[in-house]
Design a protein around this ligand. Structure first.
Ligand code: BES
Ligand code: ZN
Ligand code: MN
Length: 511
């Protein structure tokens, strides 16, 4: 018989197991600091205390300033010093700011460092007095805090010894009235978009297939204004002549989909920006089967589509003044008797044919149809595609930079600038006429790999389907979407890379 105790424990676990990550609650306050609990504050190399920090010092009878002195606190950017024996507080953590004026990105990082030092506990963060021109400092601290504290606990069992993470409140003490609204009506949605992308990218292949991806994204958009969602199923995909997308998906028992999210926040009739994301719910390589070392990571081969879903969500929820269309071709790349073979020729929606040299170079195939569809249906003024496309990009870039490829280096340099502001950096790789020559096929219009296979070859395949006069940005995020080390704002695991980048791109479009 199940003991009462066990039953009760199971019940509590069921009730407290969080279905999805919820960022801590952020409460913005301009009142004087309550003198108890944990507090986090920021101090530069000169050791000057802000008026808020001076209150903490006064409440601790000068033990804060004494500790900074005795510990020789250097105030280096992001470096924490946790102090105990700071009654009436339980812990006072000081985080260094460096001595340069802080950008929004750096303030976001400081918020991330705050989350890293705080152990999922109610905490007060003192936002005033940072050296910066940025308005709404507290909002960026909260954004960084929320991004940093992401966890994916859905498949963990909790009990008394391993309790589920609890909901807690972060009180941001700020006299800047802009902070609260900047967070609540803008940055919190960006965090939501990143969280959606991380959740989708972390979800295993057995729980996320094309139709399920569509359902998840659809439910994230429920009730959001000025959004229209279209989903093409396998019949529609076939009817529209998308032989490349269909070809990639046909080896799986889970049919492919093409999901389109239109957000009209700008003037009706204004050409949109098109964001096109690769959505492979699992990439086995197909008949060109991958080796099994590290194959599990191919559950996140939908990172591009996930980032598109998250970006458009954030823009729509905050009501950004922009027209944008997110196009997400979704398929599972499996080997089976129905799968495409090396040597097969597929006819794309554009009418161009592609000879399959490797069924593992599948991302460029579904992107070929998706970028063509985006141009045909929406006549965008700019097209960005984002994909975990090549191991080659991952080796070249590591996890510091996404690879950006354009036909025009000026555009790549603009993208570097956007990345810098966004907190997701990109670095250019080349696209040369020779890359197009290397994908010439003997029997079809092009082949899907060739020459020295790499990131530029992948871009050339996609670029074959993009009008040469259209500003076109190709992002290869194979190296950055999943992290083995943490950054201040991305814990180990899926980074949701690209939401912040594309979010900034949409914002810059207004300037
Ligand atoms: N999804 C992979 C690329 C990838 C590799 C993403 C590692 C993340 C981490 C892609 O579909 C692929 O298999 N690319 C091949 C292309 C090759 C067959 C031309 C690659 O890069 O090896
Ligand atoms: Zn892939
Ligand atoms: Mn592949």
């Amino acid at each position: 018989m199940i003991s009462r105790h066990l039953f009760k424990t199971a019940l509590i676990a069921a009730l407290t197991t969080p279905v999805a990550f919820a960022a801590p609650d952020f409460e913005f306050s301009d009142r004087d600091l309550t003198t108890s609990g944990d507090v986090i504050l920021f101090v530069g190399p000169d050791g000057t205390l802000s008026p808020q920090a001076a209150q903490v010092d006064a409440a601790t009878d000068g033990r804060l300033s004494a500790a900074l002195e005795s510990e020789a606190f250097e105030g280096l950017f992001g470096l924490p010093l946790s102090l105990r024996a700071m009654a009436p507080f339980s812990t006072v953590t000081v985080i260094g700011t460096g001595d340069e004026p802080l950008s929004a990105r750096q303030i976001t990082d400081l918020g991330g460092y705050a989350a890293i030092v705080n152990d999922q506990d109610a905490v007060a963060v003192l936002a005033d007095g940072l050296l910066t021109e940025v308005e709404g400092v507290g909002a960026y601290l909260a954004k960084g805090y929320a991004l940093s504290s992401y966890t994916f606990t859905k498949y963990k069992t909790f009990d008394e010894e391993n309790p589920a993470p609890i909901d807690y409140t972060v009180s941001v003490y700020s006299s800047d009235p802009a902070a609260e609204s900047k967070f609540d009506s803008d940055l919190a949605y960006l965090v939501e978009g990143v969280t959606l992308a991380r959740d989708l990218g972390t979800e295993p292949g057995n729980t996320l297939w094309p139709a399920e991806f569509v359902d998840r994204v659809r439910s994230a958009y429920r009730g959001v204004d000025n959004v229209r969602i279209r989903v093409l199923d396998a019949d529609d995909i076939r009817r529209r002549g998308m032989g490349a997308l269909m070809g990639v998906g046909q080896g799986s028992i889970h049919d492919p989909r093409l999901m389109v999210v239109e957000y009209t926040g700008g003037d009706r009739g204004d050409a949109p920006i098109a964001l096109v994301g690769k959505g492979i719910t699992f990439d086995t390589g197909g008949i060109s089967l991958k080796q099994n070392n590290g194959m599990w990571l191919m559950k996140s081969d939908l990172s591009g589509a996930a980032a598109v879903a998250g970006t458009v969500l954030a823009a729509a929820k905050r009501g950004e003044d922009v027209n944008v269309v997110g196009v997400m071709p979704i398929a599972e790349n499996m080997p089976s008797q129905d799968a495409i073979r090396p040597g097969d020729v597929l006819t794309t929606m554009s009418g161009k044919t592609i000879e399959i040299m490797s069924t593992d170079a599948e991302g460029r195939l579904l992107l070929a149809d998706a970028v063509y569809y985006a141009q045909q249906e929406y006549e965008p003024k700019m097209l960005v595609n984002i994909a975990t496309l090549t191991g080659s990009a991952a080796r070249a870039m590591g996890d510091d930079y996404g690879a950006v490829i354009t036909r025009d280096i000026e555009l790549s340099l603009d993208m570097m600038e956007i990345g810098k502001v966004a907190g997701e950096d990109v670095w250019p790789l080349p696209l040369h006429p020779s890359h197009f020559e290397q994908i010439a096929s003997l029997i079809a219009d092009i082949k899907n790999t060739g020459g020295q296979p790499g990131a530029s070859i992948g871009a050339a395949v996609v670029g074959t389907f993009v009008d040469e006069t259209l500003p076109w940005v190709h992002l290869d995020i194979a190296g950055v979407d999943w992290r083995e080390t943490e950054t201040p704002t991305s814990p180990i695991g899926h980074a949701g890379w690209g939401v912040r980048f594309m979010d900034q791109l949409l914002r810059s479009d207004q300037d």
